[in-house]
Design a protein around this ligand. Structure first.
Ligand code: COA
Length: 186
């Protein structure tokens, strides 16, 4: 049964909805995954950055969450799950993998704002973005998540993720799972 809502790119009309969405993560900012603009970026700045990154523009002088873009920055696209003029979730697709992303991060990262969790938003967003991967000719999609993140594990497995390995990862010092989704399987 599809859930209500749709995947959208951020637009200037989302000024209030974006603020409401981001404020849900203010008490726990590490839970905001898949959105890389600075918290204080204006809607104009955020829209311009997300559009440029999606088009593959590296923008030498831009910063991601207060850090300059690293050498291994890759083209990436961000969408939100919108319903009833609210932004409920965010999802980011990295168009190719680097050694760092193969280790942690993978192709796709996502978050759902607390009031909208356990309603199928993450599952719906991931399903849609996997469909877009097909259009972008990304034949196999890597997703990584913490081994204790049951919600994300279930979201990935529901969407055809096949566990590749599980183990300790040095960059974050956490135990992670690495999953592949082959588009021929979804
Ligand atoms: C992980 C996260 C995105 C899941 O979002 P969500 O919209 O609540 O997920 P869904 O409603 O689509 O649920 C997907 C599955 O996970 C299950 N699930 C959701 N939350 C759960 C929880 N806290 N514990 C156990 N299972 C959970 C759901 O029941 C569902 O499985 P089912 O269809 O078999 O019932 C959300 O919890 C979140 O934003 N967490 C913080 C950021 C994060 O961890 N991102 C992922 C990093 S890898």
């Amino acid at each position: 049964m599809p859930i209500p809502g749709r995947l959208v790119s951020l637009g200037l009309e989302h000024i209030d909805a974006l603020e409401a969405f981001l404020s849900e993560f203010d008490t726990n900012p590490t839970e905001l995954q898949g959105y890389f603009c600075h918290r204080d970026a204006s809607i104009e700045e955020a829209v311009a950055l997300l559009d440029a990154w999606s088009a593959g523009e590296r923008l030498e002088d831009t910063w991601v969450r207060g850090e300059p873009l690293g050498q291994d920055w890759v083209q990436n696209s961000t969408w939100f799950w919108e319903f009833d003029e609210q932004l409920q979730g965010v999802i980011n697709l990295r168009h190719r993998l680097t050694p760092a992303l193969k280790q942690e991060g993978g192709h796709i990262g996502y978050s759902v704002a607390q009031p909208f969790r356990r309603q199928g938003v993450a599952s719906a967003m991931l399903n849609e973005v996997l469909g877009l991967c097909r259009e972008l000719e990304i034949p196999r999609t890597l997703l990584t998540c913490r081994s204790d993140n049951l919600a994300s594990i279930r979201t990935i497995e529901k969407n055809g993720g096949v566990l590749n390995r599980e183990g300790w990862s040095k960059p974050s010092g956490q135990t992670l799972r690495w999953y592949w989704v082959s588009l021929s399987d979804t």
